[in-house]
Design a protein. Sequence first.
Length: 212
Amino acid sequence: MDKTKIAIEIFDKFAKVYQDKYMDLAMYHDTFDLFWESIEKKNAEVLEVGCGPGNITKYMLQKRPDFKLLATDVSSKMIELAKINNPTTQIEMLDCRKITTLTQKYDAIISGFCLPYLSKEDALQFIQDVSVVLKPNGIFYVSTMEDDYSKSGFTQPSSGGKQEIYIHYHEAGYLIEALTGNGFTIMDKRRKTHPQYKDTTTKDLIIIAKKG
């Protein structure tokens, strides 16, 4: 059973529902602001991986309209919504596991909650791939759902659909080890408790790192 294929099918089917539910990202604004502020270069070339309906994209360009941004996602329906929400932005289809196919190098890369749909092996490979695509001194923002990896499994999607989606919980320990092992310095690490995690040990983990 291809867990990624199932996730794409669900995102395609419920893209509008996800947009309506998650367009407001106010609880993460402090982390986004720290990311933008860490990018001192004007007209920086920025890659967004897993842009969804373009909510982070929109907030980012409101704060830093100088960014030369490429936003990407693997869901065609999410891409459609992202283009509606960001009509002047370059937005393209791209599997996050294939970012090394990009010929360009970037000053910064941001990936908001793409990791929950990647296995531990794929997540560690993604971090390695980011280190390849990112320029020296580049900034990397990554967020995920944090809990014991052993708790990963099929669950009801937040869209409310009946088809279950596989969620990978990740652990800060091995993510940070992978980042430092690939030449990154951790600039900031934060945890937030989303209302949907009530009565669970799950947290939102946000890491901002700089490539050496």
